[in-house]
Design a protein around this ligand. Structure first.
Ligand SMILES: [Zn+2]
Length: 398
């Protein structure tokens, strides 16, 4: 009798097993990096889950706009993080990547509804082992569990945090967790995307991924956790012959500029904007210059005044030089249709098809996908679950 009762309890537990989502980002992992060597954990994910040819970033293909689009389903013009470094021309306030140690980002920069806010609205706890937008000065807009970003925190310590979260009592345990690893971006900038260093870094990340799956198994949650591996953008080799000395060319002009690297948005008097165009004419083969209204429609990068009135977009492999001479061997930020800018998308877990290959998927569709996986009511977003739901098992119900 007692045994029967116990079995019944177990059955109820199994039938009501709640899904989890672990969203992992490998910063700057280009779509083709997984083919650079033999990576057993990635192979396991491919055999047992979903592999997309590439993940298309949003424009500009920079770190902050893309990480925040991944968790909001919005284009940067709608979530507000339009570049990495930028100011609001209305009041001169500056958004910077680096803050003083242990200080928070003003929450008002980070618009839209990030996954952790959606989770809270739907009665779920969330955690971040680093993610753009998780360290804001409004507790209602942060995950329940989060950490100040620490670039040097080892892979092992990051996995230790995951272990701690998965060991929490069920009522406190986060069901949506983000993890972030910068290694591929660091190596791509320093050595270039074609360097043999990339394969070494991928091997280390693959090992960390193995540790993550081991941690999930040890917690007994292997049948509940859906793991999604993404990257924010890819990387392309910089050409030393294609450097635009933009600061030098625009010397003496009165302007403000948002963005760095391949994309820069200018604010100035109309006459100054005309002069900027004139002075950059000799570089017409290295960059495109648009007024905000004339930016290509597929960039979805017009409807926000913080973009700038005149926008210079370097051609792939070219570089806008501000202060420092060219030191990086690789960069990103370019046209998001350029394949070198595309990242990776892998997913495995109870909800995902097994051994399923698909073409390109879009960064902005990840938010509605996670909402579907966790049975959460999504906010109104630019992403569309209908474009990506084919990666889920046919019998997976909301
Ligand atoms: Zn990045």
């Amino acid at each position: 009798m007692f045994r029967l009762f116990f079995l019944l309890l177990l059955l109820i537990e199994l039938l009501t097993a709640k899904p989890y989502v672990l969203l992992i980002s490998w910063d700057g992992c280009r779509w083709d990096y997984p083919a650079r060597g033999s990576f057993p954990t990635l192979k396991m994910m491919e055999e047992n889950g979903v592999t997309a040819t590439s993940l298309q970033p949003v424009f500009p293909s920079k770190t902050l706009p893309n990480h925040y689009s991944l968790v909001t389903g919005l284009y940067p013009v709608h979530h507000g993080i339009v570049y990495n470094i930028f100011l609001n021309p209305a009041n001169g306030e500056q958004h910077v990547i680096k803050r003083k140690a242990r200080s928070l980002f003003p929450a008002h920069w980070y618009g839209g509804e990030p996954l952790w806010v959606t989770a809270r609205k739907n009665g779920l706890k969330s955690a971040s082992i680093f993610w753009v937008g998780s360290e804001v000065d409004d507790a209602a807009r942060r995950p329940d569990y989060w950490s100040y970003y620490d670039h040097h925190l080892s892979h092992a310590r990051r996995i230790e945090k995951l272990k701690e979260y998965l060991a929490l009592p069920i009522a406190q345990r986060p069901r949506m967790i983000t993890m972030y690893f910068s290694d591929t971006d660091d190596a791509g900038h320093q050595y270039g995307p074609e360097s043999p260093h990339i394969a070494e870094v991928m091997a280390r990340l693959d090992k960390a991924l193995a540790g993550i799956f081991q941690t999930i198994r040890a917690a007994g949650l292997q049948d509940s956790v859906n793991v999604i591996l993404v990257s924010d953008h890819g990387m392309t080799a910089l050409s030393p012959q294609c450097v635009i000395p933009i600061k030098e060319r625009l010397a003496g002009l009165d302007y403000q500029v948002n963005g760095r690297g391949p994309v820069a948005g200018f604010f100035a008097e109309k006459s100054v904007l005309d002069t900027i165009r004139q002075r950059l004419k000799p570089y017409a083969r290295m960059c495109d210059i648009y007024t905000r209204e004339n930016l290509p429609a597929y960039y979805h990068f017009r409807d926000n005044p913080m973009i700038g009135d005149l926008v210079v977009v370097a051609r792939p492999g070219c570089f806008l030089q501000w202060d420092a001479p060219l030191q990086s061997k690789g960069s990103h930020g370019y046209d998001n249709r350029f394949l070198d800018m595309h990242g990776v998308f892998r997913a495995v877990g109870p909800a995902f098809k097994k051994g399923y290959h698909t073409g390109m998927v879009r960064n902005i569709d990840v938010y509605p996908l996670v909402c579907r996986l966790l049975d959460m009511q999504p906010a109104e977003v630019d992403g569309d679950v209908l474009r990506i739901e084919h990666v889920l098992k046919n019998n997976f119900q909301e």
